[in-house]
Design a protein around this ligand. Structure first.
Ligand code: SF4
Length: 457
C-alpha cells in the first residue's frame, strides 16, 4: 500500500552459477513477504539474487493492485524495466503479484515486452519462467530484505471482511489463518537467524485463528511469541476495530515484548459512511476502543488510516472526521483518497466525490495530523527510551533507529548519535529534539554496552 520496497537487496548466500535476478517488490509488507519467499526459491534454484536492475539478466516485478496510485506505481515500474530490456542486460521481464492477479490479460496485451505474467499463488511458475528448476528439497523459507534484526511475520492470508471499497478479497481470496505451529516454527527460525523484532501482519490480524476449529487466537499466539528467548520486540499491525477483544487489550498488559503500539485502520468515523463502507463498527465503538486502549496501556501509540472522499461523503461528514482526528490526536496516521475499484460494491454507489474535493480533503486531514504529530514529537524531548538501531544514516556519525512506538517503513524514525552503535543494537537513548515526523536522540549507553548488545544479534 504505502511502502515501496523497490531496490531493496536480498541478503543471504547466492550461488554464482545461475542468472542474475532483480526483484522489485511494490506495495505493502504482505507483498514483501511473498517477495522474500520467492527470493529464497530463486536462490535455491541457483539464481544470483540481489542484482541491481541494470545488471540483471531477469527482472521480476511483484506488483501491487490495491488502489489507483499503487497500480500506477506498478505500471510505472513495468514501463521503466521494459526499457532496460531494450537497452540493458535484461533478457526476461516477469510480472507477478496483486496487479497481475487482477489484470493479467490487460498486462499481457498492453506490454509485449513482458515475457510472463503470474498471479500471487504461482511462485513455482515464476521460478520456471526465470529459466530455473526448483530442487526437490524442503521449503527454502524466506530471504529477508529487511534489516537482519527485523522481520514481518504473516499469520494469515486473504480477507473475509468485504469492506465495500476493497478489492483485496477478490485478489487474495478468503481469510485463512496459518496453523499456529507453522507460524511459531517460522518465528523461532527467524529468531535463530538473528531477528529480534517480529512485526505481526495479515489482512486482519484480530481474526487470527477464528477460521480453524480449536485453533488458538491472536492473544495466545502473541503469548507464545513472547516466550521465544532472544526475541526482544513484537509489534502488531492491521487489527480491525470490530474484532478487537478485551483479551487482546489484556495481552498488552501481560506480554513484556509486545510493543505499546497498535495499528487500527479505522477508515472513517462518521456512522453513515462507516455503514456504507460495511465496516461493521460504529463511531461510538471506535471511540470506546481508543479510550479503552489508552486507559489500559499507558503510553500506547495508536496508528490508524482513513479513507477520504468515499462515495456520498459530504463536506459535513468529512468535517466530523477532521474534528475527531484533531480531538483524538493519533500518534501516526495515514490517509488515502478513495479509489473507485472495479468489481467492488462501492464503485457502483451514487454520489462519487470529485477528484478535486478528494485531494482537498486529503490535504486538510494530513495538515491537521502534521500539526499533531510534530507537537507530539516536540513533547518527547528529554524522554529516555529503548530503541533499535536499523542502519547508518547519510549523516556521518548518525544512525537511523526506531523506538518501540515507531514501526518500520510506515512511521517516522529516530536519528541517533552515540558510540559503539551498530545495526541490531538495542540501546537506551535520550530524545534531544525532533525533525518533523522524526525524533533526534543521543545514546545513553556506554560504548561497551552497545557492542555487547550488538554481538548478541
Ligand atoms: S478488512 Fe476490509 S479493507 Fe481490510 S483487506 Fe479486508 S476487506 Fe479490505
Amino acid at each position: 500500500m504505502t511502502t515501496n520496497e523497490r531496490g531493496k537487496r536480498a541478503r543471504g548466500p547466492a550461488p554464482a552459477s545461475g542468472p542474475r535476478v532483480h526483484l522489485a517488490s511494490l506495495g505493502c509488507a504482505k507483498n514483501l513477504v511473498d517477495s522474500e519467499r520467492l527470493l529464497a526459491k530463486l536462490a535455491a534454484a541457483g539464481a544470483l539474487v540481489g542484482a541491481t536492475a541494470e545488471e540483471a539478466d531477469v527482472i521480476v516485478v511483484n506488483t501491487c493492485g490495491f488502489i489507483r496510485p499503487a497500480k500506477e506505481e506498478s505500471i510505472g515500474a513495468i514501463v521503466e524495466y521494459s526499457r532496460l530490456k531494450e537497452g540493458g542486460s535484461c533478457r526476461r521481464l516477469v510480472v507477478m503479484g496483486c496487479l497481475a492477479e487482477r489484470y493479467a490479460k490487460e498486462l499481457r496485451e498492453g506490454f509485449p515486452e513482458v515475457d510472463a505474467v503470474f498471479g500471487i499463488h504461482q511462485q513455482e511458475a515464476v521460478v520456471a519462467a526465470c529459466g530455473l528448476v526448483l530442487p526437490d528439497t524442503d521449503d527454502p523459507g524466506r530471504l529477508l530484505v529487511t534489516p537482519r534484526h527485523t522481520a514481518y511475520l504473516r499469520v494469515s492470508e486473504g480477507c473475509d471482511n468485504r469492506c465495500s471499497y476493497c478489492a483485496i478479497p477478490a485478489i487474495r481470496g478468503g481469510f485463512r489463518s496459518r496453523p499456529a505451529e507453522e507460524v511459531l516454527d517460522e518465528a523461532r527460525r527467524l529468531v535463530a537467524g538473528g531477528v529480534r523484532e517480529l512485526v505481526v501482519i495479515g489482512q486482519d490480524t484480530t481474526l487470527y485463528g477464528t477460521d480453524i476449529p480449536g485453533e488458538i487466537r491472536i492473544p495466545e499466539l502473541l503469548a507464545h511469541l513472547d516466550e521465544i528467548p532472544r526475541l526482544r520486540w513484537i509489534r502488531l499491525l492491521y487489527t480491525h476495530p470490530a474484532h478487537f477483544t478485551e483479551d487482546l487489550v489484556d495481552a498488552y498488559l501481560s506480554l513484556s515484548k509486545l510493543c505499546p503500539y497498535v495499528d487500527i485502520p479505522l477508515q472513517h468515523l462518521s456512522d453513515r459512511i462507516l455503514r456504507r463502507m460495511r465496516r461493521r463498527v460504529t463511531q461510538a465503538q471506535c471511540l470506546a476502543l481508543i479510550e479503552r486502549l489508552r486507559s489500559a496501556v499507558p503510553g500506547i501509540a495508536i496508528r490508524t488510516t482513513f479513507l477520504v472522499g468515499f462515495p456520498g461523503e459530504t463536506r459535513a461528514e468529512f468535517n466530523e472526521l477532521l474534528c475527531l482526528v484533531k480531538d483524538l490526536r493519533f500518534d501516526h496516521l495515514g490517509a488515502f483518497a478513495y479509489s473507485r475499484e472495479e468489481g467492488t460494491p462501492a464503485a457502483r454507489l451514487p454520489g462519487q466525490v470529485s477528484e478535486r474535493a478528494k485531494s482537498r480533503r486529503l490535504r486538510d486531514l494530513m495538515l491537521a495530523q502534521q500539526e499533531i504529530a510534530f507537537a507530539k514529537n516536540r513533547a518527547m524531548k528529554g524522554d529516555v527510551l529503548e530503541m533499535v538501531v536499523d542502519r547508518p544514516s547519510e549523516e556521518r556519525g548518525v544512525w537511523i533507529a526506531r523506538t518501540r512506538t515507531q514501526a518500520p517503513d510506515v512511521d517516522g524514525v529516530t536519528y541517533l548519535r552515540g558510540d559503539g552503535l551498530r545495526p541490531g543494537a538495542f540501546v537506551q537513548a535520550k530524545i534531544t529534539g525532533s525533525r518533523g515526523y522524526d525524533l533526534v536522540a543521543r545514546s545513553c549507553e556506554p560504548p561497551h554496552r552497545g557492542r555487547k548488545e550488538t554481538s548478541d544479534v
